[in-house]
Design a protein around this ligand. Structure first.
Ligand code: C2O
Ligand code: CU
Length: 537
């Protein structure tokens, strides 16, 4: 049952109104967002790196035959080291940006799209006016100048639009890119670099018969998120990487709207994980598989040494259960059910190499907060997730700018204990019949108070956080198919919260005052209102 339609401007608007349908009664959505004036370049700011980033319509060849119309970021370096902006020629993805901790960066974002847009530097700790807040959106023809200092440690970050109620469709059309930050601590390790360091951005898409992007514009898409029937890696179907028989660093970003992957090698070689969202772990961890939800990143080392010429290793998304109601998958009409096994990309050994490299035992030092540095230790700030037929909420309320509630006011320069959990109205946990097996009916789950349960990748803007506790109550069998792929030892900015889970995180808010969003990074959920703001004051 296909419900996709070409992503024409009309389809786009229908998509947006479908999203509004879900939350409309309470959300007060569809209202124009208050705007601030576009920021101009400041004389007081001397950039080390300056670039122009143009958001524009373009076409690119993805499938054989007709080119696909996309929206994309195109970058031009104005000042700074040449590797600061690397175009990915054949992909719709934005250029790979590479900055160093401590650098001052100026980015002139020019909107050549037919509608408003704004860009968020996902994971970066920047002032509110530089954070891609929806009120900082610019109209077609306008330019917004972002100026900030890179304060984050080395890691892979993500830039994408954050436009009010249009984030999902703008990202879907192709507006997304990866951003690498380097620092001294990481450089000293001598990790595989240059051609041996490969950024991989995973996104799912659907195409119509004319090779154009198709988007589900129905109620189910806005309820559960968009799931395409093809997986693209770096904008390609069936990506094959030619590699040498030596160690590589794979830096993977899930840039999908809603799809969660379970990364594993087809020959069951364990994954060597060296980093996550907020940079390197203290020590590498070996996992049978890694769960990667939208906006999460994982940094892997894979060593092809000892593999003969012609050997192939394929990364799959493996089987799992319980993160989405199975019936939901069928209603959305994707051929690629979430939780079923399918290939992502293949590495093929085409060169022998004698380079030997050993993974250092110690990778980094993560400064952990002491108990006496953490506020609200016995009364954590809540992030309650509500997902029901007519309500996509956090803390019982939809997104509303200027709708700051008492517990969303955070004193500047504090570190807070936050608890993230599912609101338990009806089906708070993975219910047996609801979540398990393809025959499980969702009907009964939805019947009860309209509450539903699925996994939500929760993202908090600003500085990364530590996960200090993750507890689970629910269907142990389903949970067993994902549990070993959750990596909580590093610094995170986005965390997957599976049905039945309750998490405690320690989040530093830092010294920038203003409004910083927290939301579900299932982009359809975000646009439907599963977003709120902390006011740091
Ligand atoms: Cu990557 Cu607020 O988002
Ligand atoms: Cu969600």
């Amino acid at each position: 049952m296909k419900r996709f339609r070409p992503l024409t401007r009309r389809g786009f608007l229908i998509g947006a109104s479908a999203a509004a349908t879900i939350g409309a009664p309470a959300l007060g959505q569809g209202h124009a967002m208050r705007r601030i004036a576009p920021n101009r370049a400041s004389d007081a700011f001397t950039p080390d790196v300056e670039l122009e980033l143009i958001c524009k319509r373009d076409e690119t060849s993805i499938l054989t035959g007709k080119a696909t119309r996309v929206w994309r970021y195109v970058g031009n370096l104005i000042k700074g080291p040449p590797n600061a902006v690397t175009a990915l020629p054949d992909a719709y993805l934005g250029p790979l940006l590479r900055f160093t901790k401590g650098q001052k960066v100026r980015i002139r974002l020019r909107n050549e799209l037919p509608e408003e847009t704004v860009t968020h530097w996902h994971g970066l700790h920047v002032p509110m006016l530089m954070d891609g807040h929806p009120t900082a959106a610019i109209d077609p023809g306008e330019t917004y100048v972002y100026e900030f200092e890179i304060r984050n440690r080395a890691g892979m970050y993500f830039y994408h639009p954050h436009t009010h109620e249009k984030t999902a469709t703008q990202v879907y059309r192709g507006l997304a890119g990866a951003l690498m930050i380097e620092d001294e601590e990481e450089r000293a390790l001598g990790l595989p670099s240059g051609e041996f360091e490969i950024p991989l951005v995973i996104q799912d898409r659907s195409f119509d018969r004319d090779n154009q992007l198709a988007y589900g514009d129905d109620m189910h898409t806005s309820m559960f998120g968009f799931y395409g029937d093809r997986v693209l890696v770096n904008g390609r179907c069936n990506l094959t990487l030619d590699v040498a028989s030596r160690a590589y660093r794979l830096r993977i970003l899930n840039g999908s709207n809603a799809r969660i992957y379970k990364l594993c090698w087809d020959d069951r070689t364990p994954l060597t994980v060296i980093g996550v969202d907020g940079g390197l772990l203290e020590k590498a961890e070996t996992r049978p598989y890694v769960m990667l939800a939208p906006a999460e990143r994982v940094d892997l080392i894979v060593d092809f040494s000892g593999r003969p010429q012609g050997a192939k290793l394929t990364m799959l998304s493996g089987e799992f259960y319980g993160l989405i109601p199975p019936m939901a998958q069928r209603m959305m009409g994707s051929d690629l059910a979430m939780g079923e096994e399918f290939p992502l990309f293949t590495a093929r050994v085409t060169k022998t190499s004698t380079d030997s490299w050993k993974l250092p035992e110690k990778l980094s030092t993560i400064r952990r907060f002491r108990k006496d540095e953490i506020a609200n230790l016995d009364d954590p700030i809540p992030i309650a997730i509500t997902m029901a037929r007519m309500a996509m909420f956090l803390n019982g309320r939809p997104y509303g700018h200027d709708d700051i509630q008492p517990r969303e006011r955070i004193p500047v320069d504090t570190t807070q204990l936050i608890e993230i959990f599912h609101e338990r109205g009806g089906m708070g946990m993975m219910g047996g019949g609801m979540m398990r097996g393809r025959m499980g009916g969702m009907g009964m789950g939805m019947g009860m108070m309209g509450m539903m349960s699925m996994a939500h990748p929760i993202h908090l803007h600003g500085q990364p956080f530590e996960i200090i506790e993750r507890s689970f109550e629910g269907d142990e069998d389903a949970y067993a198919s994902v549990r070993d792929g959750l990596i909580d030892s590093g610094l995170k900015d986005t965390v997957l919260v599976a049905p039945g889970e309750r998490l405690r995180i320690v989040k530093p808010f830092g010294d920038f005052k203003g409004r910083f969003m927290y939301h579900c990074h299932n982009l359809e959920h975000e646009d439907a209102g599963m977003m709120r703001e902390f006011s740091v004051e």
